[in-house]
Ligand binder design. Structure first.
Ligand code: ADP
Length: 485
């Protein structure tokens, strides 16, 4: 099976969040599947891969129409394990300080940047002679690929048998643009109808994919249901998704169990596994307390956060509740994003210097240290398509404290019985509920036998990719068969 993955980010080349972890991992697990040939297409952003890779120019170029102009695309390639990675290059669009935005906001030409990328993926595959059986697209940035396949490329024999599968990682980000984008993208007014590309008078890239992809997936079974039946989760797409309900599947993400392995993690003060987690985590806690100038006390519960700072993540509730617990717990927060939340955590740390540490920005090493050192990981998301951090935490024996939504509900089990629980859960990102569960945690921490039972449950969980990869391959086969008919 020839699989082309089109994505706007993939770890370790370019990353702003969990999307990159997932696309990177999928490229690798698909490539290890017998009989699969995998190519991954990414934009060539500035400093891709942080200099760790040296993509080689493919030679030659091709033109992509953008409105009544043409823009030039070149490509470069790097072999990454069994997958080939192709970068679509156009310095005007991609050689910029940020991937999607600057501190001032989204780039104003994101419509052009990603219609260019989506079309360049289709032209690029032809350029290298890779005729995919299936194109797997991810989130709005590649939402036009399924739409192009069934409109402009409908009569292109190269793609006559190519199926498209679109994965929703976060439906809150849709790529909504004015109607003029329709012509820039090369569509016609015939395509500007509510069944096709039109959305409230504009063009919506996510909707385009939901209308045209052969199959749609999202990253957890619970989120698949929430986005169809609860408007506050569906962000306007619930009608279309319900219409396509028989083509929509929830497949849980996994984590890379090599990168996230407490036994071999070189960022940790001391590696550990199921049998040795008590000593291992104690050493990691001590080292992190020292590094961040917190009180060195093994008996204080250490609560960790590694997150985008965004309303979605519900950390404003933590900000309001944490001061009440600063005499009983420590908080280590690593996050980047919303300046208001960052200011809030900075002030909280200043008011409680030995109990609260806040670090702003992306920091891979510190993230690993927090997962290793913390006793609990706080993730009270308002919605969470899948969430990776709670699975990473559990693998590191750090009990997640989550809301019962999306993938959090599908991975964290808490019913008050330690023997059946692998973390803690509340119904909503609500101050009262968070206060109450943290209070419960403080008292339970004294009952080490029960606590350790939960830690073992968490560490024993299977968070690997293999089951999900099998589910995707099955769906790819269904989509491919449908195109043969
Ligand atoms: P989302 O994709 O919504 O940001 P996920 O839980 O799915 O949330 O994935 C987040 C990923 O990004 C995890 O691997 C997490 O460790 C990582 N991450 C988030 N913020 C940071 C940060 N400030 N520094 C390092 N890693 C981070």
């Amino acid at each position: 099976m020839k699989i082309l993955i089109a994505a706007s980010e993939a770890f370790p080349f370019c990353k702003t969040g969990g999307l990159a972890d997932v696309t990177g991992a999928l490229a690798q697990v698909f490539a290890r599947t017998p009989d699969a040939e995998v190519v991954l297409f990414l934009p060539r952003y500035r400093n891709v891969g942080g200099g760790a890779f040296s993509p080689k120019a493919c030679g030659g170029s091709f033109l992509i129409p953008v409105g009544n102009r043409v823009e030039t695309a070149t490509m470069s390639r790097v072999q990454w394990g069994k997958a080939a990675v192709y970068f679509i290059e156009n310095p005007k669009y991609f050689d910029r300080p940020g991937m999607y935005r600057t501190a001032a906001g989204d780039y104003e030409d994101n419509d052009e940047r990603f219609l260019f990328f989506s079309r360049a993926v289709l032209e690029g595959a032809k350029f290298i002679g890779f005729k995919p059986d299936v194109i797997h697209c991810h989130d709005w940035q590649t939402g036009l690929v399924p739409a192009y396949l069934r409109t402009l490329y409908r009569i292109d024999s190269f793609y006559a048998k190519t199926a498209s599968v679109f994965t929703i990682h976060n439906i809150a980000y849709q790529g909504m643009f004015p109607k003029e984008t329709l012509l820039k993208a090369g569509f016609t007014w015939l395509d500007f109808t509510p069944e096709k590309l039109e959305y409230y008078g504009g063009v919506n890239y996510m909707k385009a994919a939901l209308a045209y992809a052969d199959l749609i997936t999202t990253v957890s079974p619970t989120y698949a249901s929430e986005i169809q039946y609860r408007p506050e989760f569906g962000h306007g797409m619930e009608g279309l998704l319900k219409h396509r309900t028989s083509d929509l599947f929830g497949i849980l993400n996994g984590i890379d169990e090599e990168i996230w392995d407490p036994a071999t993690d070189t960022f940790l003060e001391r590696g550990y596994e199921l049998k040795s987690f008590q000593r291992g985590k104690a050493a990691c806690k001590k080292a992190l307390q020292k590094e961040l100038d917190l009180e060195e006390n093994k008996d204080l519960i250490l609560a960790g956060v590694v997150s985008r700072l965004d309303h979605q993540k519900g950390l404003d509730t933590l900000l309001r509740v944490a001061p009440e617990f600063a005499d009983k717990m420590q908080f280590v927060v690593l996050g980047s994003g919303d300046p208001g939340l960052a200011d809030g955590f900075t002030a909280l740390a200043a008011a409680n210097p030995k109990r609260v540490a806040f670090r702003s920005g992306m920091d891979e090493a510190l993230a690993h240290k927090i997962y290793g050192a913390a006793d609990i990981f706080v993730m009270p998301s308002r919605f969470e398509p899948c969430g990776l951090s709670q699975m990473i935490s559990m693998r590191y024996g750090t009990l997640p404290v989550v809301t019962r939504t999306g993938g959090l509900k599908d991975t964290v089990f808490y019913n008050g019985e330690p023997k059946d629980s692998n973390g803690f859960a509340i119904d909503h990102a609500d101050e009262g509920q968070l206060r109450s569960v943290l209070g419960h945690i403080v008292s339970l921490y004294g009952w080490r036998e029960n606590w350790n039972l939960m830690v073992r449950n968490a560490m024993r969980g299977d968070y690997a990719w293999h089951k999900s990869a099998e589910a995707y391959i099955k769906l790819f086969n269904i989509a491919i068969q449908r195109r043969q008919l």
